[in-house]
Design a protein around this ligand. Structure first.
Ligand SMILES: [Zn+2]
Length: 199
């Protein structure tokens, strides 16, 4: 890039750092911006700046938000005695889409993984426990992922929350809708059997 003007090279280099963007795409995007109106480039730059400046974590549930507390925590129509615990902020969206949950959330920002050296101290567990201790929470629903880390996290939370006299449950596991028994893996099938429900 010796023959490229410095400001150009700088933008190409920055685009190149983004996931899924190789050197060619980085060049194409940079030249596109150069040929576009100043307004367009400015709008992009401002949007990126605002993303980092205005987005933060809700001080109650640790969801990503641009206002604190977040809109869910502020919502008086919601049942604040129920907390659904998830691993990532992006896990909230599919749960909201079901339209079946009217409580609030708590984002752990990860899951317990001894293999990766991630313990409860690395997650927002302490904050969850202090929410559970303020007397207003009656139910915690653990919606961590159905894998080893998610299971370990759920077990740990159960151990910590049960003594507080709070009802704690885990999302039911089992066969996905439309699945055929014949093709289900052993773990899924045994969990479906364990979590069987009365008709
Ligand atoms: Zn919140």
């Amino acid at each position: 890039m010796v023959f490229i003007a410095k400001p150009l090279a700088r933008v190409i280099e920055e685009f190149n750092k983004l996931p899924g963007i190789g050197p060619k795409s980085a060049q194409r995007l940079t030249y596109y911006l150069l040929s576009s109106s100043g307004e367009e480039a400015k709008a992009l730059a401002e949007a990126i700046l605002a993303l980092k400046e205005k987005i933060r974590l809700c001080s109650i549930c640790f969801n990503i938000t641009d206002c604190d507390p977040c809109l869910i925590c502020q919502d008086k129509e919601r049942d604040h005695s129920k907390i659904c615990v998830v691993e990532k902020p992006s896990d909230i969206l599919p749960l909201e889409r079901t339209g079946k949950y009217n409580g609030v959330y708590h984002v752990l920002h990860g899951a317990i993984s001894p293999a990766q050296g991630i313990g409860p101290g690395e997650l927002k567990v302490k904050e969850l426990l202090s929410r559970c201790q303020d007397g207003s929470v009656t139910e915690v629903i653990v919606a961590t992922n159905p894998n080893i880390e998610g299971e370990a996290t759920a077990m740990y939370l159960q151990r910590m929350i049960l003594p507080l006299g709070i009802c704690i449950s885990r999302l039911a596991r089992g066969l996905p809708f439309g699945a055929e028994l014949e093709y289900a893996d052993d773990v899924t099938l045994s969990q479906a059997l364990e979590c069987r429900q009365e008709f």
